[in-house]
Structures are given as C-alpha cells and as structure tokens.
Design a protein around this ligand. Structure first.
Ligand code: SF4
Length: 441
C-alpha cells in the first residue's frame, strides 16, 4: 500500500467545499506557515527535496531561492494549470476534487515568495474548473485565508484565475507569462529568466499545480519528514495519470518505491493489460518522453527492476532528464502500431508549434508528413533515415522545449522499433489496409 499525502481525503463527500475541507484538517499549513518567516518556509521546502511535478523535476526550493527581490518591485507566483501534455490529467483531478488543497498550497507558497498577487493560469479546455477554483477562492477569502491581513499577520494575498485559450505551448512558462499579460503565447528567449524578469517584468515563479499542492503536507509534517518518504532524490509522493490499454485507467498517488511492473500489473494500480493482451510498450511520463519497449520498461540497463521514480526512469535513452515527466503513463498493448501512434504525436506537435523557430516550425510538419506516408505504406526506407535526421536537427536548436518534445518521441520510436517502421515499407499493401487502434490519450 502506497502512502497518500495529496489524495488522502479525496474520497470524503463534499471535500470540494470549505467547511468539509476545514473540518478535515484543511488550512492548518497556512496557520503554521504564517507563524514562520518566509525564509523558514522556503527552507522547509528545500529540506523536503520536492521536485517540480510539471515535467522537468527541478528542485522547487532551489527555484524559489532564485527569485530576485529588488526593493519596491512586486513579485508574483503563477500556478501553471495549463495541463495539456497528452496522457496527463492529474492536475485536473486535483483542481476538480480538491480545489482547496491547491488554494492552501498557493497561499503558503505566495507567503514564502512574497507574492501578494498570485495567478492560476488554466488551460481553456478545462472550461468547468475555473468556476470550482473561484468558488474555493471566495470561500477561503470569506474565512480570512485570503485578502487583506490574513489571520492578522499583516500578509495580504489575492488569487486570480486566468483562462487560457487552448494552446499547448502556453504550458511553457515564458509563453504562459506572455499569455497572462494578454499577448500571443510565444515563448521568450531565456535569459532573462522569469525569477528575475517574469510577468510584467517583475520577478515571477511559475510552479505546477501538483507541486504547489505538495507544499501543504510539507509544511504540515515538516520538510525532513516529507523527505523520508520515497527513495533517494525522489522524495514524497507523485501523482500518475494512467491511461491506454490497461484495465484500470485513472489518477494514482504513488510513493515512488514501487516497480513499474507492479504499477502496471497489480490490482491496486492499473490492474494489468486489457483483454488479456501482452504489454508492448509504454510512454511513462507524458507524450514528450520516449516510448519504451516492454523489456526496457520493466528492467533498467543493469537488469534491475525499473522503479516508478525519477532516478530509475532516467536511463531509457533519454539523455537530458528523467522519463517521469509530467506523470502521464500511457500503456500500449501488442496490437498498437508504433508508427501510427508516433504519427499522431507528430501531428499534435506540428499543430501546437508556435512557429517562431524554423527547426520546430518546419521540422514538425516534415516529420508529420513522413510518418503519415510511412504509416500508410507509401514510404521508402530512406524516409526512416530522413526522419531520424530531421529529429536530430530539431533537438537543442529551438527557443523552447517544444522542439525537443517533438523530436524525442520520433527518435525513441525509431531507436526501439525500427523493424516496425521497416515493416511498413516492406509490407506496404498490408500497411495500407491494416486498421490499428490508437491508445486512448
Ligand atoms: Fe515556438 Fe517551437 Fe520554437 Fe518553441 S520550439 S518557440 S514552440 S517554434
């Protein structure tokens, strides 16, 4: 049984509302934090080892300590609720069913960072959630946890919900800031980093929904206690949104000590592969991380069981980070066509490219066309090499990580499933008629 810190009370009827949330221990972390100095709150988060839950896995306490503090200039905290990574829906669950947990985490984090005006930037497609968040904000304010002079400590804080308009790129922090300012969501060149020059040129920290919610148990239990949960540098718990060809899709909270095999096949979690099929592959952290074939997914390069944590999910041919990503766990059964699924992802990235950089703007479109040609059995072997060449020229040559995110799935698919790409060339007639299903993401 994995420990629960965020979803512990998710089953309680009415937990979405202030009275029930408060009765079950809600807002204790605000009472505790506001008796500490902001620096002490940052220190607790550093001690906890919390890593950003949006995808990059950067230490949150360290990120907070980078914020510039020029005299007389307001600072902002922005909650990144633009959860648009295919396969990822855990922030939606938190906001929909535990909105006060997020608001509580935001108040504590705003205090730590000195933000008196804090924003939640939420993806446009989550059209029904802003009302839930605004109701929670109003309830928190009516009970003295937001507004002027919170709990008579002299700390003022307002939280505003800003709706996005449906662009994936606005999940990138500088594009999000541009959009928040009312402009087109184009990523900015860094430096300057948002911690120095962010929203309206003011020092700004952008954190993911789950990251900010995790601040609540950290303050309640203390950073050191939180760091004892999990393993190594993968401390605390992590939400995973599991989908694809599994018996029990859903949002799960894990303490990062279980193996990938256990997570997929245990009744407590995904409940095994649907319809008794065999496991073929998995994208373990949202569509921007590589697809892994079953053998590499279940065992590390050293032959040890692969675990559901940042370190163990870091040696799958993904040079620049961890495959834990955003926690979007997409499982493929033996009937899934890797070429078709890679095409679907390429189409997504081509559609979502903002078009500022040539490698991303042109490369994503080129990859989509080549993948479609191959998938339809109209491609040549040289198309596979061309595809490899294009993805390698996108990676590392763009303003923002969307370019890398578009290149990595293609690279991993060719690296691990080249024979399947070749099959689409050598069995062209069959490829044209074969009707593969798509994973449900
Ligand atoms: Fe825009 Fe793509 Fe360049 Fe990012 S990498 S700035 S999405 S064109």
């Amino acid at each position: 049984m994995s420990r629960k810190l965020l979803l512990e009370n998710a089953h309680i009827e009415g937990i979405r509302y202030y009275d029930v949330y408060r009765k079950n221990g809600g807002y204790r972390s605000v009472e505790k934090a506001l008796k500490m100095t902001p620096e002490e709150v940052v220190e607790e988060v550093k001690k906890s080892g919390l890593r950003g839950r949006g995808g990059a896995g950067f230490p949150t306490g360290m990120k907070w300590s980078f914020i510039a503090k020029p005299e007389g200039v307001p600072r902002h905290l922005v909650c990144n609720a633009d959860e648009s990574e295919p396969g990822t829906f855990k922030d939606r669950y938190l906001m929909e069913f535990l909105p006060h947990l997020l608001i509580e985490g935001l108040i504590v984090s705003s205090y730590a960072l000195g933000s008196n005006t804090t924003y939640i930037y939420i993806r446009g497609e989550y059209a029904w959630i802003p009302d839930i968040l605004e109701q929670a904000i109003a309830e928190a304010k009516a009970n003295g946890f937001l507004g002027k002079n919170i709990l008579n400590t002299g700390f003022d804080c307002e939280i505003y919900v800003q709706r996005g308009a449906g662009a994936y790129i606005c999940g990138e922090e500088t594009a999000l800031i541009e959009s928040l300012e009312g402009k087109r969501g184009n990523p900015r060149i860094k430096p300057p980093f948002p911690a120095v020059k962010g929203a309206w040129d003011r020092p700004t920290v952008v954190n993911n929904v789950e990251t900010l919610a995790a601040v609540v148990p950290i303050i309640n239990m203390g950073g050191e206690e939180y760091a004892k949960i999990g393993v190594g540098r993968s401390t605390g718990t992590k939400l995973i949104s599991a989908c694809g060809n599994i018996n029990k899709p859903g949002v799960y909270e894990i303490d990062m000590t279980i193996s990938v095999e256990e997570f997929i096949f245990s009744e407590e979690w995904c409940g095994g592969i649907k319809n008794g099929k065999r496991l073929k592959a998995c994208i373990p952290g949202g569509s921007s991380v590589p697809i892994l074939p079953a053998n590499l997914l279940l065992k590390t390069a050293k032959g040890e069981p692969r675990m559901m944590n940042y370190e163990s999910l870091a040696d799958g041919g993904f040079a620049t980070g961890t495959m834990m990503g955003s926690g979007g766990f997409i499982v493929f059964d033996e009937d899934q066509c890797v070429v078709k699924n890679t095409y679907t992802l390429a189409r997504f990235y081509r559609h979502e490219s903002c078009g500022q950089c040539s490698p991303c703007r042109e490369g994503t479109g080129w990859m989509e066309k080549l993948l479609l040609r191959l998938e339809k059995g109209q491609g040549k072997t040289s198309d596979i090499d061309l595809l490899w060449d294009i993805q390698s020229k996108i990676e590392g040559n763009t303003i923002c990580p969307l370019g890398d995110a578009a290149a990595w799935p293609v690279a991993a698919a060719i690296r691990h499933f080249r024979d399947e790409f070749e099959w689409h060339v050598t069995h062209a007639a069959e490829a044209q008629t074969r009707n593969y299903g798509l994973a449900h993401y």
